[in-house]
Design a protein around this ligand. Structure first.
Ligand SMILES: NC(=O)C1=CN([C@@H]2O[C@H](COP(=O)(O)OP(=O)(O)OC[C@H]3O[C@@H](n4cnc5c(N)ncnc54)[C@H](OP(=O)(O)O)[C@@H]3O)[C@@H](O)[C@H]2O)C=CC1
Ligand SMILES: O=C(O)C1=N[C@H](C(=O)O)C[C@H](O)C1
Length: 238
């Protein structure tokens, strides 16, 4: 597969190592200084684009992939206000788009655990719930995309929580998300249910970026020949 890496930072480089080891070719390494490679004439040479850039650049980069008719796997976080528009355009233009706030198998299993625990807690009002996420200090967005996914899953099941709030004192009906930035943490997410009697805590700790990168390459392989909107749940058949 010819892979266009849109974003050649920490994640772009980790993805390159895994893709090359699996026999793929890197056709493009695109950063902020060579954005002309996003134009249709160049980008259309790739079989798939893997986009890990910034909250500000993800949306225009995905549009460039649609214009070039190239399937796109997107891992950038912090841009989800544009997701409904991207989904509509993807369907209208018959493109292929796969987004995940977290590509690691472990976090995707953790998502399933989080939903089950939230279901069990739905009728146990004696438990309050809060979340903590820890990442490296270069991270631009807070809370993390993964924390937002986890929070949305809890809000969908635990009706006594109506919204999430980041790094501020929560009201009774708000799910508190505390964001910490400590180097070199690749990504740690903890959910704690607390009652007067006991606590239940679940934690996912990434040891490196390898799981995110390997998952993005598997997603790009899986997306070949498909049209439509997908997530990592589709890839892993969870
Ligand atoms: N979904 C997941 O599993 C994961 C998601 N992420 C997310 O991925 C994103 C990238 O993370 P990370 O690699 O650590 O960040 P880095 O800061 O290390 O890399 C970002 C890259 O984006 C490039 N870039 C910036 N602006 C543009 C642009 N306009 N067009 C093309 N490239 C651009 C930068 O290039 P230059 O240096 O030339 O400016 C840089 O190489 C973040 O949003 C992060 O939250 C991270 C890990 C896992
Ligand atoms: O920026 C990161 O590093 C990470 N970002 C993703 C997120 O925002 O959830 C995934 C992972 O936690 C690492």
């Amino acid at each position: 597969m010819k892979i266009a890496l849109i974003g050649y930072g920490k994640m772009g480089k980790a993805i390159e190592t895994i893709a090359l080891a699996k026999g793929h070719e890197i056709s493009h390494r695109i950063g902020s200084s060579n954005r002309e490679l996003l134009e249709k004439d160049s980008l259309s040479q790739a079989d798939v684009a893997i986009e890990f850039t910034t909250p500000e650049t993800a949306y225009p980069n995905i549009l460039k992939c649609f214009e070039a008719n190239v399937p796109v796997v997107c891992g950038s976080t912090g841009w989800l206000e544009h997701l409904p528009q991207i989904k509509a355009l993807c369907l209208e233009k018959h493109q292929a788009f796969l987004y995940a706030s977290n590509f690691s198998i472990g976090v995707n299993i953790f998502f399933e655990l989080n939903q089950r625990l939230a279901e069990l807690m739905a009728n146990q009002p004696q438990y309050d719930v809060k979340m903590e996420e820890i990442h490296h200090t270069q991270k631009k967005d807070a809370p993390s995309g993964t924390a937002i996914s986890l929070a949305e899953q809890i809000l969908a099941k635990v009706s006594r929580k109506k919204s999430w709030i980041n790094d501020q004192p929560p009201a009774m009906d708000q799910l508190a998300i505390l964001s910490k930035r400590i180097d070199p943490t690749p990504g740690t997410h903890t959910i704690t249910y607390t009652s007067e009697i006991d606590d239940i805590t679940i934690t996912h700790t990434a040891h490196s970026r390898q799981g995110f990168a390997a998952g993005a390459v598997v997603a790009a392989e899986w997306l070949q020949g498909k049209k439509g909107i997908f997530t990592m749940k589709d890839v892993l058949d969870l």
